[in-house]
Design a binder for this molecule. Structure first.
Ligand code: F6R
Length: 364
């Protein structure tokens, strides 16, 4: 049931603080701020390589996780979309953990990739929202997300929960490898536990985003830019907009703009910049200036510090709470979801059942 919401997607966006808290609750011990995973019978400290495979939005969750596995657990990560991975004869060495991320647990390409990895001696980790799904049944390490049923075709709350689980897994692997001290683990847990409140603070800007949607709705093309773990969020923002509003959108790593896409910029191409303040902020601001110098219309999504430094002269700004970098991707997913949602509402498209799309893609 949709309750007071117009669409399932809207309801699911607003459920994120609750379902992320539920999901974190099953991986984090509040009593001593430690991370605990469900039972499994292999040694996480012996994992020498992580291979992440998924499709669509779930793939973008994996892209964020690559930063975390490398940063915390210092383990090399290979990541690919399932439809490419399966057929490129990937090198799968002993001691590899292959991780599959899927809301439905039934996506045909991802399932085929899982079976290929299994046949090639990989330990199989599965992050899935449907615990009875095909992928769940084949897992050595089953890490459920507790998002509840996701009805809207565009994935939102399942994605947020995937990120929560992946952060916990990457940090836990670091603990097992002896690379994260007890103090550092407690700090990671504390930051993760801040996520639900920060998601709520991000959702508080729903009205601002709704009232700027008419600025984006007439566009034919929209660009999204982000750096580091916010780069996959730029890809996710573009995917959400394409899917439900049918506006052509592309996500780029901020620094890649000048290597091509900047040629597209004129005053009719809104550029959505995701940039929490921090060490990379200055660099992103200079990319933003390159856009503005060519007449580009920037929508800056940042925190109060970032907006104060660089908000002037933007087409619009969206203020996010100031958050720890670990949870920034989770929090910055909210404004791009809401923006896609409200633009779709302005355009009057079928938000929950976009044309040509199915909730679960069970053909390769
Ligand atoms: C985008 C979206 C799709 C799915 C993709 C994978 O909003 O919903 O891109 O993320 O089809 O689906 P799952 O996660 O079920 O494997």
């Amino acid at each position: 049931e949709k309750g007071n919401y117009r669409h399932f997607m809207q309801k699911e966006i607003f459920e994120q603080p609750t379902v992320v808290a539920q999901t974190l609750g099953s991986y984090l011990h509040r009593a001593d701020n430690s991370i605990a995973l469900p039972q499994f019978d292999f040694d996480l400290s012996q994992i020498r390589r992580v291979t992440i495979v998924a499709c669509g939005t779930s793939f973008y969750a994996g892209m964020v996780a690559k930063y975390w596995f490398e940063q915390f657990a210092r383990v090399p990560v290979d990541i690919d979309v399932a439809s490419e991975f399966r057929y490129r004869d990937p090198v799968l060495e002993e001691g590899g953990l292959a991780l599959f991320i899927s809301q439905s647990g039934e996506t045909a390409d991802t399932l085929a990739a899982l079976r290929h990895c299994k046949e090639n001696g990989q330990t199989i980790g599965v992050i899935v929202n449907v615990p009875t799904s095909s992928m769940a049944r084949e897992a050595d390490l089953l890490l459920p997300t507790h998002a509840g049923p996701e009805i809207g075709v565009a994935s939102t709350k399942a994605f947020a929960c995937q990120l929560a689980v992946l952060a916990a897994l990457a940090a836990h692997m670091a603990v097992k490898k002896g690379l994260m001290s007890r103090d550092e683990e407690q700090e990671v847990v504390r930051h993760l536990l801040e996520a639900p409140a920060c998601l709520n603070a991000a959702l508080d800007h729903d009205d601002d985003i709704a009232s700027m949607a008419h600025l984006i709705a007439p566009a034919r093309d929209v660009l999204y830019l982000g750096r580091g773990p916010d780069y996959p969020m730029a890809l996710e923002g573009a995917l959400k907009l394409k899917e439900i509003s049918y506006i052509h959108a592309e996500g780029y790593a901020s620094g890649e703009m000048k290597h091509g896409p900047i040629a597209l910029i004129d005053d009719k191409v809104p550029v959505i910049v995701l940039a929490p303040s921090g060490p990379l902020f200055e660099k992103t601001v200079s990319n933003m200036e390159e856009v503005r110098a060519r007449g580009g219309q920037v929508v800056l999504i940042s925190d109060a510090d970032g907006l104060e430094q660089a908000g002037e002269g933007c087409l619009a700004t969206i203020e996010m709470p100031k958050v720890h970098p670990l949870i920034a991707p989770l929090v910055y997913a909210v404004p791009v979801q809401l923006l896609a949602y409200h633009v779709a509402c302005v355009k009057g498209t079928d938000v929950d059942q976009p044309r040509n799309l199915a909730k679960s893609v069970t053909v390769e």
